[in-house]
Design a protein around this ligand. Structure first.
Ligand SMILES: [Zn+2]
Ligand SMILES: [Zn+2]
Length: 212
C-alpha cells in the first residue's frame, strides 16, 4: 500500500504555502533526477564504491527539499544514517520498516490528511509528537524521535482507515544516532534487494513504511 496524495498539484502548492519547501525549479546539475528511478540494483555504493548499494537515502523526499540522494551498501549504512538523523531539526515519529515494504517515506504532519490518513490517526500522531523531548532510551542524549513498531500499526497499512494502535503503551524515544542505528538494523533485517528511504525534514512528521 502506498499513501498517495488525492489532491491536484495546485491544491498542494496552496497547502505548502509559507512552509519551508524548495520550489519546483529544477536544478540543472541534478543529472537524470526526473528520468527513471533514483536508485537501481547493481549500482555501487556512493560512499565506498566497492560494495553493491542496497539502501537509497533520498533526503529530498521525492524532490520537495534540497539535498543529495546517496546510495549505500550495508557496510556504510549505519554511519550514513546516524549522520543524517543527527542533523535532523525538529521531531518525528518513526514506524519501523517491516515485511516487503521497500519504501520508507516521510510525511509532514500537515500533509498527512492529503495522503489519506484519517483524522483520528492524524490527531493521535499530533499528540504523540508532543510527547517527544525526553532523553533517548538507549544512550541518554536528547530524544528527537518516537519509535513505533509493527505492533503499533495495521500491517496492511490501509488508506482512509485508522491504522495506528496501542499508542498509549510504552513507546521508545530515540536520539538521532540511535534512530539511525535502529533504522539501519531494521533495513538490513529485511534483506530486500533495494530500499528507498527518506529523512524527516521540516518541524514535525512521520516516517512510514510503504510500497506496492
Ligand atoms: Zn559502501
Ligand atoms: Zn541515543
Amino acid at each position: 500500500m502506498v499513501f498517495r496524495r488525492a489532491e491536484t498539484d495546485q491544491q498542494r502548492e496552496e497547502d505548502e504555502n509559507g512552509l519551508n519547501i524548495v520550489s519546483d525549479e529544477e536544478e540543472d546539475d541534478d543529472e537524470g533526477e526526473m528520468t527513471g528511478d533514483l536508485f537501481e540494483p547493481g549500482q555501487l555504493c556512493d560512499v565506498c564504491s566497492k560494495e553493491e548499494g542496497r539502501v537509497g537515502l533520498d533526503p529530498t523526499c521525492r524532490g520537495q527539499y534540497d539535498g543529495d540522494p546517496v546510495f549505500l551498501c550495508f557496510g556504510c549504512l549505519t554511519g550514513a544514517l546516524q549522520d543524517a538523523y543527527k542533523s535532523v531539526e525538529g521531531v518525528a515519529i518513526i514506524v519501523e520498516s517491516f515485511d516487503e515494504y521497500s519504501d520508507h517515506y516521510y510525511y509532514r504532519l500537515d500533509e498527512m490528511p492529503a495522503y489519506q490518513f484519517v483524522r483520528e490517526d492524524v490527531e493521535a500522531i499530533s499528540w504523540l509528537l508532543l510527547t517527544i523531548g525526553d532523553n533517548c532510551a538507549r544512550c541518554g542524549e536528547q530524544g528527537h524521535f518516537a519509535w513505533l513498531t509493527r505492533e503499533n500499526v495495521d500491517e496492511h497499512l490501509p488508506e482512509n482507515k485508522a491504522l495506528f494502535r496501542k499508542l498509549d503503551g510504552e513507546i521508545e524515544h530515540l536520539c538521532g544516532a540511535c534512530a539511525g542505528a535502529a533504522l539501519s538494523a531494521s533495513y538490513k533485517s529485511l534483506e530486500l534487494p533495494l530500499m528507498t528511504v527518506e529523512l524527516p525534514r521540516s518541524a514535525m512528521g512521520i516516517m512510514m513504511p510503504t510500497g506496492e
